[in-house]
Design a protein around this ligand. Structure first.
Ligand code: ZN
Length: 483
């Protein structure tokens, strides 16, 4: 009989033999295995980093680590395609504090095994150099697996060979419609999105209209309402700016035939615009950033309401309700974070204004537990839908399915053991991001990851990270697939 080593939060870890290093085989017993298409009670054998067998009463050989998951869920590891990390900090103070290592800690403790980052176009630098250096930093620092996106600020500098290189090196494109540079170069951006689509690349779009944002800010600043207080930030980014940019993005997809992925959708109007495009059969995909599911604009009135700043801003209750409906009926494809590892001090910096704001915060650790607690437990979405939104759909859209995004024989053993009944308060001191605080501090949440396994290695258990920086990899990617 394997000897029981430790019991934490109701999960027994047992290891046959005496070896303290990671075993090559793990047997997870008697959990409820959930994928986007169904659930089955059973055992899961993990060998050499992959799912080797799924069944009932599987036998444990010598040297196998056995984990009893009775009463627990076994979910595919979360995949967050919208995470901003700063692997090398420079002088500017507007960067988050997380590199790939601290971002990984927070992600793994929150049930996510694959995260992402955005790599900026560097003027005058050959693309190959930018991409090689970016991949090198992932290899050096990451614990979670990583996908990378390339942010284009000047589309005229990208040649057809560059676009082919981005595809070969498994990048996604990201374009900010909210920046004045988008309108200055609109025709070139449309041509780039067309070329990217033809080359098999998915383009992520931040949809807010630059002219509307600029003039709204100028008017508020002229009225002396530039501070990040009350509803100033909310009014500086009107819903109509998101709506019209989303309509334009859908139009660009229609005219080019290229797939687009609209990031952090926050409003009913924008979601309806995306839904209209989808109804016409366009390859338009949508991301709902989780803060809009849990918070509304009234939060900005709190004494330190600037901690909630993010672009777009928190919206109305009716928008929140619509987004929950969208993720339940399938028009919302992905729920994720837009994580940036800011500290509480940075988020409440009195020097910040509606123009110079630190947008987003460190969210990686809270998002999946909140989706479970507020979504699955409250009957707004099913467990299978949670898996689709957090893992399967991002795996498909970002070209990793079925290697990631599901639990199936042969897929990567990215697996989370989830205690559906564990109730814990979110507390600043538990946040592993270098941001070290949560905008949800004090919220009571039921349903937490208790063990996280990445490619067959236990990387989080008993509240601790058990893997080293440098064990994460660039997740191999292929052509994107429709969810
Ligand atoms: Zn972002």
């Amino acid at each position: 009989m394997p000897k029981r080593l430790a019991v934490w939060a109701g999960v027994a870890f047992a290891l046959a033999g005496t070896a303290a290093q990671q075993p090559t085989e793990i047997l997870i017993r008697n959990g409820l295995i959930v994928t986007s298409t169904g659930r089955v009670q059973g055992d899961l054998r993990i060998r050499d980093g992959k799912v080797a067998e799924i069944g009932a009463n599987l036998t444990a050989g010598a040297g196998v680590q056995v984990i009893d998951a009775s009463g627990k869920l076994i979910l595919p590891g979360g995949i967050d395609p919208h995470v901003h990390l700063t692997p090398v900090r420079t002088a500017t103070t507007m960067q988050g504090a997380d590199d790939y290592t601290s971002g990984s800690l927070s992600a793994l403790a929150g049930g996510k095994t694959t995260i992402s980052n955005f790599i900026n176009q560097v003027p005058g630098e050959p693309l190959a150099k930018t991409l090689t250096e970016a991949a090198h930093l992932v290899k050096k620092q990451a614990i979670a697996d990583v996908v990378l996106h390339y942010v284009v600020s000047d589309p005229t500098k990208l040649s057809p060979a560059d676009i082919a290189m981005l595809y070969d090196r498994q990048f996604t494109l990201k374009i900010f419609m909210m920046r004045p540079g988008f309108d200055e170069n609109a025709a070139s951006f449309v041509n780039l999105i067309r070329a990217a689509g033809s080359a098999g690349l998915l383009t992520m779009l931040h949809c807010e209209d630059s002219s509307i944002l600029t003039t709204a800010r100028e008017r508020l600043m002229a009225e002396g309402r530039g501070a990040l207080k009350g509803q100033n930030y909310f009014e500086s980014r009107p819903i109509v700016a998101e709506d019209i940019a989303t309509q334009r993005a859908v139009a660009i997809s229609e005219v080019t035939g290229a797939p687009i992925y609209i990031v952090h959708m926050s409003s009913e109007r924008a979601m309806r615009a995306a839904e209209a495009g989808r109804a016409r059969g366009l390859p338009v995909y949508t991301e709902v950033r989780f803060i809009y599911l849990h918070l509304t604009k009234e939060r900005f009135n709190e004494p330190n309401g600037s901690i909630y700043t993010g672009a777009p801003p928190l919206r109305e209750k009716s928008d929140q309700d619509y987004l929950w409906k969208a993720i339940a009926n399938g028009s919302g494809d992905i729920v994720d974070t837009d994580h940036v590892g800011y500290t509480r001090a940075e988020k409440t910096d009195p020097e910040s204004t509606i123009i110079r704001a630190r947008e987003a915060a460190n969210y990686l650790q809270d998002q999946m537990p909140l989706l479970y607690s507020e979504g699955v437990r409250k009957g707004r979405i099913t467990l299978e839908q949670m898996v689709a939104l957090s893992s399967t759909n991002p795996a498909k859209l970002f070209g990793m399915y079925p290697k990631k995004g599901t639990i199936a024989v042969g897929s990567d053993a990215d697996v989370v053991i989830w205690d559906p009944n564990l109730t814990k308060k979110i507390r600043d001191e538990d946040i592993l991001s270098n941001g070290h605080f949560s905008i949800f501090n004090g919220w009571e949440v039921t349903g937490w990851p208790i063990v996280t396994i990445r490619r067959g290695e236990v990387v989080f258990q008993s509240g601790r990270i058990t893997a080293k920086a440098g064990s994460g990899r660039m997740a191999p990617r292929q052509h994107w697939q429709r969810p």
